[in-house]
Design a protein. Structure first.
Length: 577
């Protein structure tokens, strides 16, 4: 079987085995950028050996990584293998109808079915999560350096629930050695897990994740959250190979297994033995089974429409280099239907990206972006995403008052139902928080427009607040409404608390305390609460709070750089208090 693709991503450790079994051409990012230089239907001929044609094409992680242009024109079935389906489903949706099969883990398959992806392409389960036996190994004789360990990112935009659990771990009794950290990979990561008696894990999706396999493979007894237990039970014997915790028992479980070391070691050993059945070779066999059986089922390719959607995908993943040639694919789609707001907003996103990338025509690109946003708004005055993008563009281009007026007018129309956010629009400011939150209604199977419109209203209110330079009362009112509309976004609450510091410090304390409760390991939130207490004339409470936080950082060992940053932020506050 001749396989064309962008590599094996999670199964890179067995790429050599795949190449032994099949004829594989793996495109790196440089090759994909070359394909984009002149996006044509036969782009693939320039990146494969002479006379070679693929039997199947596989593109991994399309939610994060660029794919070549016009993949629907390939002379073979196309498979997309999605990992973090929850993080940027909109990117996948742009190109799903050019594929013949989408693969994901079990919860991802269920979510994609709710999102009606099966209307345009088949979906099937193929769990990508595994471990690398070359590096993920136990060291049974290694001395335990910590009792409970966790390594991972602390990004509040996507890991807010996990961070609340991590905050709870910081409150384990002082004698328990807890270490939370981030930014450690490869052999350093393995040594960390090997030196942890208990590895903490929390699943964002209610399914297994990579850590669920890597931690047992490194010989640590692994804690699995109750929300993921039903899926984890498909892979492990719960209670014998991994341990399930919930809101009522995590502290007691940690205490029990630290006091019953033989039980803990037996579970760790059993987990390691079980995980050997879920290694990359088994995953590769399952993947190859899908590739061998997939059939081409697509309709004839509408090149103009498909090109526009490929360009939107390339823009939505925001690679290190935005393909300027997206314009060549958006032009035909624009000519076919100049009133297509999705195309106009995508073109605006392209030019806005070029304007911020040091492009030789950056100054002109701002004007081009504005022109296409105006076209989208002319075609549909109620296009909320186009109007929000224009308010952001205009304010960033040095016209804050005009941007503020646009944001306020959009907020009025969203409240009154005169504007709506459409799910196929690509905002020019595409943050991780916005991207993650807009997936929820889409993946729930419900009409996403009400929730997307609410999120757009929150964004418009926050933009207007940011552009309200001197009127703190008006800014606070805008942020208060944004907080109410957001469904309790702690980041918006933080912005409101900062605004209230100069107005009503006692009220700021109420909000900053809630921020600390919801973002327990967020150092900026700690700083804000200490400042609020000082501003409210409560220095004693500020000292006690700072001392408590420093005690937490003393019990929870983190990366040295992060620890230095914590002391740099907190020490001046303690001195001031």
């Amino acid at each position: 079987m001749r396989i064309l693709g962008n590599g094996l991503e999670w199964l890179d450790c067995v790429a050599g085995l795949a190449a032994e079994r099949h004829d594989v051409v793996a495109l790196d990012r440089a090759a994909i950028r070359r394909a984009w230089a002149y996006p044509r239907e036969d782009w693939w001929r320039a990146v494969v050996p002479d006379g070679w044609a693929p039997d199947v094409a596989l593109f991994c992680s399309p939610e994060y990584h660029p794919v070549p242009p016009l993949i629907g024109a390939l002379p073979c079935p196309v498979v997309l293998w999605v990992g973090d389906w929850y993080a940027n489903w909109q990117a996948v949706s742009w190109i799903a109808d050019q594929a013949d099969l989408v693969l994901a883990d079990a919860t991802g398959v269920a979510a994609l079915r709710r999102a009606r992806v099966t209307d345009v392409v088949d979906v099937a389960e193929c769990c990508p999560w595994t471990f690398d036996p070359r590096v993920h190994r136990p060291d049974w004789d290694a001395p335990a350096e910590r009792d409970v360990g966790f390594l991972g990112n602390f990004n509040e935009a996507i890991q807010h629930e996990r961070n609340r659990w991590l905050g709870r771990l910081t409150r384990l009794r002082p004698g328990i050695r807890v270490e939370l950290g981030s930014g450690r990979f490869g052999a350093d990561y393995v040594r960390f897990v090997q030196g942890s008696k208990i590895a903490f894990n929390f699943s964002l999706t209610g399914d297994v994740n990579m850590r669920a396999f890597e931690a047992p493979a490194c010989g640590a007894m692994t804690l699995i959250d109750a929300g993921a237990a039903p899926e984890a039970a498909r892979w492990f014997a719960l209670g014998r190979e991994v341990v399930v915790y919930d809101d009522g028992n995590i502290e007691a479980l940690v205490e029990h297994y630290l006091h019953h070391d033989d039980e803990r070691r037996a579970i760790a050993r059993a987990g390691w033995e079980r995980v050997q059945q879920h290694g990359p070779v088994q995953r590769l066999d399952q993947l190859l089974g899908h590739l061998e059986s997939v059939a081409r089922r697509r309709r004839p390719l509408d090149v103009a429409r498909a090109g526009g959607r490929c360009a939107a995908h390339a823009l939505s993943v925001r690679d290190d280099e935005v393909p300027e040639s997206c314009e060549l694919l958006l032009d035909p789609a624009d000519r076919i239907d100049p009133s297509d707001g999705a195309v106009q907003v995508a073109r605006a996103a392209l030019y806005a990206a070029l304007a911020g990338s040091g492009h030789p025509q950056a100054a002109e690109a701002v004007g081009w972006a504005d022109e296409h946003l105006l076209r989208a708004i002319a075609a549909d005055p109620g296009d909320a995403v186009a109007r929000l993008s224009r308010a952001q563009l205009v304010s960033a281009a040095g016209q804050p008052e005009a941007g503020r007026a646009m944001a306020l007018a959009l907020a009025d129309d969203l409240r009154a139902g005169r504007a709506t956010a459409q799910p196929d629009r690509l905002p020019i400011v595409d943050t991780l928080a916005w991207r993650t939150r807009r997936q929820v209604p889409i993946l729930s199977g419900a009409d996403p427009r009400p929730d997307l419109s609410r999120l757009t209203l929150v964004a418009a209110l926050r933009l207007a607040a940011t552009l309200t330079a001197d009127d703190l009362e008006t800014r606070a009112a805008l942020l208060a409404e944004a907080l109410d509309r957001s469904g309790e976004d702690p980041v918006v609450r933080m912005e409101l608390a900062i605004c209230l510091l100069g107005l009503r410090p006692a009220e700021a304390v109420l909000h900053s305390a809630e921020v600390v409760e919801r973002l327990p390991i967020n150092v900026v939130g700690w700083q804000l609460h200490a400042r609020a207490l000082v501003s409210a004339g409560r220095p004693g409470e500020a000292r006690a709070f700072v001392a408590d936080r420093l005690e937490v950082t003393g019990r929870v060992r983190v990366d040295e750089g992060l620890l230095e940053g914590l002391h740099a932020i907190i020490a001046p506050l303690a001195a001031t208090a």
